[in-house]
Design a protein around this ligand. Structure first.
Ligand SMILES: C[S@@+](CC[C@H](N)C(=O)[O-])C[C@H]1O[C@@H](n2cnc3c(N)ncnc32)[C@H](O)[C@@H]1O
Length: 297
């Protein structure tokens, strides 16, 4: 299945002549291209399932939720790799088939399936979310994905998330998948403190603009301001550099936990602690995280 073909299967369901899939279980065999509630059923090819889970950095501690789980293959593959997961699928016959396949693979305990509508389901416990849906469905889900725990990995087969740029794109076997790390909320104002070489403490105000995972801003000190050099937000991890009052380039590397940003900053050859605390009572929403009204495909 090529990338183009993958897209065509989902985008052009009406024109697609169904092929009968091979029956492997007692549950009715799904028909390739059969209608689903919001999108047809077409399975992600095995090689791409493997690639998607690698892209997500799957570990045994992960909990994978596949939105529109079809025959369950992504969740079953994750369970076979030692993780746990839940497939949410609207079609009850596909749910039965997925459960049977999980049983046959010996992973029924770790690969669960639920008959539900993804737009009415809670998927906030996922550390990895997978999707093979449609562009407009991705956009309908986007604000909910952005509200997940920072660092949650979102992997979509074939379709992107509009102007939420992916952190990585992979092509394998002619298909494409996209990875996003759910960003922490770094936008707003933070009181920054870190030690200077003379033993005193630098105090400044970090002013940060954020749109999705893209960040920029400046640190305002009593006598000068410094723009954040090469700022990077990856999940809850924040990195940036700035030139301090003594003319030293200081490289900050920390993690956001709620209203605190705590980490280490370079000082000569050493790394010393720094911290920043939110000063804004009303935390701004992550730019881009408001619900969008998607266009037709
Ligand atoms: C393209 S298939 C992908 C199946 C599987 N995730 C995979 O990659 O192999 C999309 C699946 O979403 C299901 N689906 C469509 N709308 C849904 C909805 N609103 N809630 C839950 N499942 C839905 C369809 O029945 C179909 O099985």
């Amino acid at each position: 299945m090529t990338h183009t073909v993958s897209r065509r299967h989902l985008l052009g369901a009406a024109a697609f002549a169904p092929l009968v899939a091979r029956a492997q279980d007692t549950a009715p065999a799904p028909i390739f291209g059969q209608p689903g509630k919001d999108v047809i059923w077409a399975p992600t090819p095995d090689a791409m399932v493997d690639r998607m889970l690698r892209l997500a950095g799957l570990r045994p501690r992960d909990f994978v939720i596949d939105l529109g789980a079809g025959d369950g293959k992504i969740v079953i593959a994750a369970a076979k790799a030692g993780a746990r997961g839940l497939g949410i699928e609207y079609n009850p016959e596909l749910v039965t088939l997925a459960r049977q396949r999980a049983q046959a693979a010996g992973v029924a305990e770790h690969a669960r399936f639920e008959k539900a509508d993804i737009f009415e389901s809670d998927f906030s416990r996922a550390s990895i979310v997978t999707l093979y849906l449609l562009p407009r469905l991705n956009l309908r889900l986007r604000h909910r994905l952005l509200a997940l725990t920072p660092g949650t990995r979102v992997v979509s087969h074939s379709f992107d998330m509009g102007d939420w740029r992916p952190d990585e794109v992979t092509n394998a076997g002619g298909a494409t998948a996209f990875l996003w790390l759910v960003p922490a909320n770094f936008g707003g104002e933070w009181a920054l403190r870190f030690p200077l070489a003379d033993g005193s403490e630098a105090r400044g105000l970090l002013e940060v603009d954020q749109r999705f995972q893209q960040v920029g801003g400046a640190a305002v000190f009593r006598d000068f301001t410094a723009s954040l050099r090469q700022p990077l937000l990856a999940g809850d991890r924040v990195r940036f550099a700035l030139t301090d009052a003594e003319g030293q380039l200081r490289e900050f590397d920390g993690r956001i936990a709620g209203r605190e940003l705590i980490g280490k900053v370079t000082q000569g050859d050493a790394r010393v602690p720094f911290r920043a605390d939110r000063t804004d009572a009303a935390i701004p929403l992550i730019g881009g995280s408001e619900p969008v009204r998607p266009p037709r495909d």
